[in-house]
Structure formats: structure tokens, C-alpha cells
Ligand binder design. Structure first.
Ligand SMILES: [Zn+2]
Ligand SMILES: [Zn+2]
Length: 265
């Protein structure tokens, strides 16, 4: 099975799963390598605390890496919340933390969480999505603190129509330059299988965007389940491998020491 490079544990404010349970699930699934990527969303207005305790996290994960070293290779990553006003903070942070892999995700748009209904008040779903892609493009253009662009288009999971009215082609004016920027900067696009979990019938981003990325010459592609519990680790990975091959990919990407390595799909 593909290596899962987007996994949460109880170091994330929204997960109760001890890291060892995620690691043991990955071993049971036959994965040779995984990366834990707990949340760090700095300076956000949320009921949940998404600040990662880096010293405790790094120490625990390094110990677990040793403990399980004969069974699985554990990479240590983080999922960073991208926001323009904290660019300086994020750059400094990634230079001081010794991490294998960094996912950059847009969890807050203009200080608001697209997960909440209040994000859609006073605008149409299309306007909300347009703003989301516009900000995502801005973040990818201006920030250099991440390796892979996390779950692009994931907010369709939460918008009023729950993805039924979503068509990626309507937003290509933002999506195409975003994909081109990733390619130019040597950054990866993430294929996040959480979309299947939310009943979208597609990963995030959707097939149209994955195809566009490949057509533009995109090669760096990471795969992650975004599992907060063991039952979703590696979720729909076999189906995803087939989909990615249909989209023209032959390899996917894993990271060590923030350097990409290619594995066959
Ligand atoms: Zn995320
Ligand atoms: Zn995540």
C-alpha cells in the first residue's frame, strides 16, 4: 500500500489518537513508511487549540521512530496553517525545526474557518470558493515554508451544497497559476483521500485538478489520508493509486529531511 504522508495524532487539537496506535495501524496495513503531520495553526481564532507543542512532539516522535525502526520507517512532519500575516513567523519556525516534511494548508481565509457556516454568510457558495482559491494562490505564491500544498479544494466538503455544485473548471483562473507556481518552485501537490471519507467520491483536489497538474508537467505528488483515527489511515489508497495512474502519474513522492524521493504507484 502507498505510504501515508498525512496523519494526525493526539498532538493535534482535533485528534484523540495516541501516535503509537497510528503507527501500529500503518504496520498492520503493510506500509513501509509513513509521516506524522500534526497541526500547527498559529494565530487563529478557533475554539480548538491548534498550536503544536514542538519540543514534546519532536521528542516523542523521535523516540517512536527508534522504537518501531525494525517495523516501519517513521518520518516526522507537520501540517502548517498558511496565513499571509504570519509569513515571517512561519519562515523562522521552519528554519529552526528539524522536520522531514511540511504540508502547507489554508485552514483560515481572511481569519475565518471555511469549516463553519459563518464563512458562507452574505455570499454565494461560488463567491466563497472563489475567495478560497484566490487566497490559496496568494499563499502558494508568497510563502516558501512548505513542501506540499495540502488538500487543495477541501472546503467543498463543508460548503452548503457539500460539493454537489462544485466544478473545478469555474476556478481555473486561480487553480492553474497555483499549480504552475508549485511546479516552478519545486513544491508538491498533495492528493488527500479525505474527500472519499466525506462522500465526495473524489480525493482533494479532485480528478480535474490532478489531471491539470500532470498536463502542466507536475511530478511532485504526495499522498495522505488525513486520518485523525486509525480506521481512516490509508483510506481508499488502492483506489487512489489507480486514479493517479489514470491521470498520467507513474510515481508519487515521499520526503526525508525535506528532500523528495520518488516511489512507483
Ligand atoms: Zn488540513
Ligand atoms: Zn490534516
Amino acid at each position: 500500500m502507498l505510504c501515508d504522508f498525512h496523519i494526525h495524532t493526539d498532538f493535534s487539537g482535533d485528534s484523540d489518537t495516541p501516535p503509537a496506535r497510528q503507527i501500529e495501524r500503518a504496520i498492520a496495513l503493510g506500509m513501509g513508511r509513513i509521516c506524522v503531520t500534526d497541526h500547527h495553526d498559529y494565530d487563529v481564532n478557533s475554539d480548538c487549540d491548534f498550536n503544536l507543542d514542538f519540543p514534546a512532539y519532536l521528542q516523542t516522535m523521535r523516540e517512536l521512530r527508534e522504537q518501531y525502526r525494525n517495523q516501519i520507517r517513521l518520518e516526522i512532519g507537520v501540517e502548517l496553517g498558511l496565513q499571509g500575516h504570519i509569513a515571517g513567523y512561519l519562515n523562522e519556525l521552519v528554519n529552526t525545526c528539524d522536520l522531514d516534511f511540511i504540508i502547507g494548508s489554508c485552514h483560515f481565509i481572511d481569519g475565518q474557518d471555511p469549516y463553519l457556516p459563518s464563512f458562507y454568510e452574505g455570499r454565494t457558495e461560488k463567491e466563497a470558493l472563489e475567495r478560497f482559491f484566490q487566497v490559496s494562490l496568494e499563499m502558494v505564491r508568497t510563502l516558501d515554508c512548505f513542501d506540499s500544498c495540502g488538500h487543495l479544494d477541501y472546503m467543498v466538503r463543508y460548503c452548503p451544497s457539500k460539493g454537489r455544485e462544485y466544478c473545478a473548471a469555474d476556478y481555473m483562473d486561480y487553480i492553474s497559476p497555483l499549480l504552475k507556481t508549485l511546479i516552478e518552485k519545486g513544491r508538491a501537490l498533495e492528493c488527500n483521500t479525505g474527500g472519499f471519507r466525506y462522500g465526495l467520491g473524489q480525493p482533494n483536489p479532485c480528478e480535474d485538478i490532478l489531471r491539470r497538474y500532470r498536463a502542466l508537467g507536475g511530478e511532485l505528488l504526495t499522498v495522505g489520508s488525513d486520518a485523525h483515527t486509525p480506521d481512516y489511515l490509508g483510506y481508499e489508497f488502492d483506489r487512489t493509486a489507480e486514479l493517479l495512474k489514470e491521470c498520467g502519474f507513474r510515481y508519487y513522492t515521499v520526503y526525508h529531511g525535506r528532500r523528495p524521493e520518488f516511489l512507483p504507484l
